[in-house]
Design a protein around this ligand. Structure first.
Ligand code: PLP
Length: 387
């Protein structure tokens, strides 16, 4: 493992955690479709006793993604939310969480409707304002949850600065790195304690699997999380792990194309007369463009756009694409369009959305790896609906 971490990203993506099958030499990690493992004598195992606890296909995936994040320990889950839930199990009654106010709707929902019941309070705030962030911290704050770029407004948070503030106060930082992917950004290297991914998105990359992963570098923290992973049981099946592993092998190649296409889309939209504002970290007009250059390898595949349109017109535009598909989720090879206020972010109350600056006229694009000219032509014809 030590040796492997010196290798480049593409080499790690293809080889980290992967070993030819010892019984056949199969180069691809087999899908170990088994619930249990035969023991030579009671409790004498080859490291595997029951597949909720461990499965060899899952181990390969966990090690692979841990290596991509520059972490030592990976844990696989049945979904991104199961991974987030696992981390929230570290908290107890009376604890407090600070989270960004522009975030995945499901993360808002689990904090406000599930963990709030158990006496865990949450504050949602704009973490790009470090002074406001420090004011939101309380003596009982135990966890800071952040996404950068944020969803759907693609703001950036200064991960190193936030992690340093938290470290001084003994607060854990959990970075949701789903939007950037480990190819573009590695929060552990910037001082964060934990990284979570919805592997449903860029890691899987083909919109054919739902999964989650946690990565850390602290053995004690890893042991506690592994205890929750096994106790709560939200673990992925071996076929799902195989699909994610198949996805990570091409992550770097796909991300390069996602980024290139997204930049072209952002530039096209920025000069379009029907567009009020484009949110993309790669644009010079993005308020944290300099931070993006410092913190990320490239600017990502997500672009959000505010149209000069009523809500009804915005929904109409979202429904008039031919290459982009109207669907939730992101990070697959195919381009998707989302109307956050009525789709992905509908679980956040309208007043909260408004406070965070998420307007009802906003459209979010997950720019895929199709041909750039076809994507631009599709956007041009959809926006022509506004004439
Ligand atoms: C999709 C997503 C999640 C939740 O992951 P699931 O795999 O859908 O459970 C969490 N965070 C972000 C940023 C996401 O996009």
């Amino acid at each position: 493992m030590k040796q492997e971490t010196k290798q480049g990203f593409g080499t790690l993506a293809i080889h980290a955690g992967q070993h030819p099958d010892p019984s056949t030499g199969a180069i691809m990690t087999p899908v170990y479709m088994t619930s249990t493992y035969v023991q030579a004598a009671p409790a004498l195992t080859k490291g595997y006793d029951y597949s909720r606890s461990h499965n060899p296909t899952r181990t390969a995936m966990e090690q692979n993604i841990a290596a991509l994040e520059g972490g030592q320990f990976g844990l696989g889950f049945a979904s991104g939310m199961a991974a987030i839930h696992c981390v929230l199990n570290l908290l107890q009654q009376g604890d407090h969480v600070v989270a960004g106010n522009d975030l995945y709707g499901g993360t808002y929902r689990i904090l406000t409707t599930v963990h709030a019941k158990f006496g865990v309070a949450s504050t949602f705030t704009d973490l790009s304002d470090l002074a406001a962030f420090e004011r939101a911290l309380k003596p009982n704050t135990k966890l800071v949850m952040l996404e950068s770029p944020t969803n759907p407004l693609l703001r950036l948070y200064d991960l190193a600065a936030i992690a340093a503030i938290c470290q001084r106060r003994g607060i854990l930082t959990l970075a949701d790195n789903t939007f950037a992917s480990p190819y573009l950004q590695n929060p552990l290297k910037l001082g964060c304690d934990l990284v979570i991914h919805s592997s449903t998105k860029y890691l899987g990359g083909h919109s054919d699997v739902v999964g989650g992963v946690l990565v850390s570098n602290d053995a004690g923290l890893h042991r506690r999380l592994m205890h929750f992973q096994n106790s709560c049981g939200g673990t992925p099946g071996p076929m799902d792990c195989f699909l994610v592993l198949r996805g990570t092998k091409t992550l770097h190649i796909r991300m390069d194309r996602h980024c290139r296409n997204a930049m072209a889309v952002a530039l096209f939209l920025a000069s379009h007369p029907k567009v009020a504002k484009v949110h993309y970290p790669g644009l010079l007009s993005h308020p944290q463009h300099e931070l993006a250059k410092r913190q990320m390898r490239d600017f990502g595949g997500m672009v959000s756009v505010e149209l000069k349109a009523t809500v009804e017109q915005a929904k109409q535009v979202a429904s008039s694409f031919h290459v982009f598909s109207l669907a939730e989720s992101l990070g697959g090879v195919e381009s998707l369009v989302d109307h956050p206020a009525s789709m992905t972010h509908a679980s956040i109350p309208a007043a909260e959305r408004e406070k965070a600056g998420l307007s009802d006229g906003l459209i979010r694009l997950s720019v895929g790896v199709e041909d750039e000219a076809d994507l631009i032509a599709d956007l041009a014809q959809a926006l022509a609906q506004l004439n």
